[in-house]
Write a protein that binds this ligand. Sequence first.
Ligand SMILES: [Fe+2]
Length: 293
Amino acid sequence: MMYGKVAALEATFHLFRPVWRSVLKEGNVINVLFIGDIVGSVGRKALKDTLPSLKAKYNPHVIIANGENAASGRGITQSIAKDFFEWGVHGITMGNHTWDNKDIFDFIDDEPRMIRPANFPPGTPGRGAAVIKANGKELAIVNLQGRTFLPAIDCPFRTSDEIIDQLRKKHKCILVDFHAEATSEKIAMGWHLDGRASIVVGTHTHVQSNDDTILPGGTAYLTDAGMVGPKDGILGMEREAVLRKFKTQLPVRFEVDKGKWQFHGLFVQLDESTGKAKKMEKIRLLEDEWIMS
Ligand SMILES: [Fe+2]
């Protein structure tokens, strides 16, 4: 009788061992969802529409989004940032359009979840790095801006050394959003930080690249995450205005395009104890094919 009970107990243990192992495994990871440049009202709608399903599918502990184009393509407002946080975004990174909407000066210093490029000149409002705490996990976020085909600012490579060496004294899991134009500069940053940052992901071009890879030192790398915004514009802007600019070289004011959205992002699972990437997956969604679940 007793033997039977033990045998039954052992059988039960073996039955549930795979589940238990996966629970243990899951406890040692940080699931990170990174969302490419959110452009205007169409991009904001896409974010609101998709986040519930993305949360269900990827179970992200930390969600980071680039918000530098969120207000009509130019900067971000406090009200938009508040919406993003309410919908589940834990941190917002920026870039060369950081100061385009003057609203930002009223709240960036007091909002620790807003992160602007760290290599802006000393004394610039806001912060270039932050540690985001969410769902029992901690992820350090660094925002850097490239200087090839963009305004001349401090060296992003030297700035990354200073910040990441400092962060690594306390944090193993670090995400770097490198907001840059040139693919060469971005790839160089990936190799520069391999084994020191957990994720190096590019933003700014609005075109998702197809070079997602985990580098030898364990850094998840993608040249550009892409964008969240109008699908049929030109980088999110109205086609006619952009074409007029190219054809006439006259001053033209660009407006965010209307219409259906596209959603580009990146999911990465990190080993919490080492800070290295275990797996990564690019995300591409289209409003036309989107089915709310
Ligand atoms: Fe940009």
